[in-house]
Design a protein around this ligand. Structure first.
Ligand code: FES
Length: 128
């Protein structure tokens, strides 16, 4: 896991999605009630960048087909079995946002995903 200093909290607008790429991982960073939140910027439906969506009521709406994801736990609203990765965030004493980025997830083939699903594994769980 690496920790990246990204932006000063004052430079991040409330409820505005901000895309960053850290260690090769596209991340949507935003501020809700003054607190930073970070989730994957890749919609699990079809790969659209979620940072092109609208942030409202603690969720971001994918601009492609309007799936909504919680910025707190990454769950798709109405279908919690689908979710995006949530990244840990913290503030330094002088107001900088730091994002915790685990190792990039392993890319699995469709065959590997189907076999994992057949074994009863959670195929939506983030892998390290
Ligand atoms: S690509 Fe995001 S809802 Fe379809």
């Amino acid at each position: 896991m690496e920790v990246f200093r990204v932006l000063h909290l004052d430079d991040l607008l409330e409820a505005q999605p901000h895309r960053v790429v850290l260690d090769g991982q596209p991340i949507l960073l935003t501020k809700i009630d003054g607190e930073p939140h970070a989730i994957s910027d890749v919609c699990p439906h079809n790969g659209t960048s979620l940072s092109g969506g609208i942030v409202k009521e603690g969720c971001v709406t994918c601009p492609a087909h309007l799936w909504r994801f919680s910025l707190h736990d990454g769950q798709r609203q109405g279908n919690p079995e689908v979710r995006v990765r949530v990244y840990g965030t913290r503030l330094t004493a002088d107001g900088w946002i730091e994002v915790e980025v685990p190792a990039a997830p392993t890319v699995r083939s469709l065959r590997e995903v189907l076999l994992a699903h057949a074994r009863g594994e959670d195929v939506n769980a983030p892998s390290a």
